[in-house]
Ligand binder design. Sequence first.
Ligand code: FAD
Length: 458
Amino acid sequence: MMAAHTFDIVILGGGSGGYAAALRAAELGKSVALIEKDKLGGTCLHRGCIPTKALLHAAEVADHVRSAASVGVLASLEGVDAAGVRTYREKIVAKKFAGLEGLIKARGITVVSGSGTLTADHAVQVGNETYTAPDVILATGSYSRSLPDLEINGRIITSEQALALDEIPERVLILGGGVIGVEFASVWRSFGAEVTIIEGLDHLVPNEDETLSKGLERAFRRRGIRYELGTRFQTAVQDDTSVTVTLENGTTHTGDYLLVAVGRGPATADLGLEEAGVAVERGFVAVDDMLRTSAPGVWAVGDIVPGLQLAHRGFLQGIAVAERIAGLSPVPVPESQIPKITYSNPEVASVGLTEKAARAEHGAEAVDSYEYSLAGNGKSEIIGTSGVVKVVRLKNGPIIGVHLLGDRVGELITEGQLAVAWEAHPEDIAPLIHAHPTQSEALGEAFLALAGKPLHAL
Ligand SMILES: Cc1cc2nc3c(=O)[nH]c(=O)nc-3n(C[C@H](O)[C@H](O)[C@H](O)COP(=O)(O)OP(=O)(O)OC[C@H]3O[C@@H](n4cnc5c(N)ncnc54)[C@H](O)[C@@H]3O)c2cc1C
């Protein structure tokens, strides 16, 4: 028998975007049904941000032990215990998952377990039950894509299987030098593997400012991470123990596994979108600035919306939609104000325009930039990292891009984001002193230099 349930808001998908919308809507007094077919928290909590950052932390510890003697601490790395790393990673995820479930419950949100499809009249069907609301939010997330003729099976894996590996591979190939490929390369190298990245474009992290890409390539070379750039994948053949990849330039590479990290596609198939009048473009849900789809009362947030596929963008969008439904008017945040971090060793972090994009958008003569090497920064020297801070501004105008490379610099990007989002001029920030000795001083030095008063620089 069919049963119908009515709420103020029905949300399809309980990942970063969906659960943020649910939390904010409940806070604003709305009754919410949150429909999830797997686990609340979605990709980020269970298969993405959190478990990969736990792996990267274990990798960092291994690196520190290896280099302990350089700071006078006697220690030796006996090895990395894959089972121990798994236990640590799973414990972190379990704790965050329990916390999220508690929060959802405490806000009085109704969680529905099951796979939902949208129907034409503001309803989501889950089995025999129908959940109806004046506003429906789509937040079904994304999946790991592959290339045509490259089937994921056996030793050809995506980040999901890579996370679940019970061994530390000896030799691993990674297809794709974007965020996910670079982070796994960093982890596996720290755990002792031979790593080769294959990237069709001319640089690693190709969406970043070239200064960061080139700096990361140098750092990876020093770490013994191999990469082939500007050459495309042709075929992959596997047997019981290995995978061999042939590239279009004729070279071949063999590894225990091939990690396919070529991007993520929107999870929008079989959701009933077309029937419900929700326009889809290349699989993504088309939305306006307010995140409204083409179907009145149906909204979309997170990875199914074209743009940066990041958890904090999902949070931001989820909150904004909940507030709009509740009659508030949150300001839309442009993609250029969303910070991005690649948590490899070294880290890559940025917000705003690259120098190249700034020159293309504003004209070369309107743009100024400054690079401050972390070699001049005391704290970076102490923790043994090199790298760079690069700030891009409009001449006599605001800061429009901040780009960082080095260990731990991800924590600094928030200041870059404030500068870019508030359209601060370097002259505004230059008098605001950064605590000494911190890595944030490097950012301060770049602002000082762009304001015409460099301190520890010429
Ligand atoms: C390896 C990896 C590392 C990452 N690291 C980072 C990082 O460090 N920082 C960062 O910001 N981002 C990171 N991301 C990206 C981040 O995970 C995503 O941007 C984020 O999870 C998107 O949130 P979402 O709500 O759009 O989708 P998801 O988190 O994918 O959630 C969608 C949810 O909807 C559910 N669902 C789908 N269809 C249905 C249906 N029909 N019925 C019911 N439920 C359904 C799914 O089960 C899922 O739980 C990483 C991703 C990966 C893969």
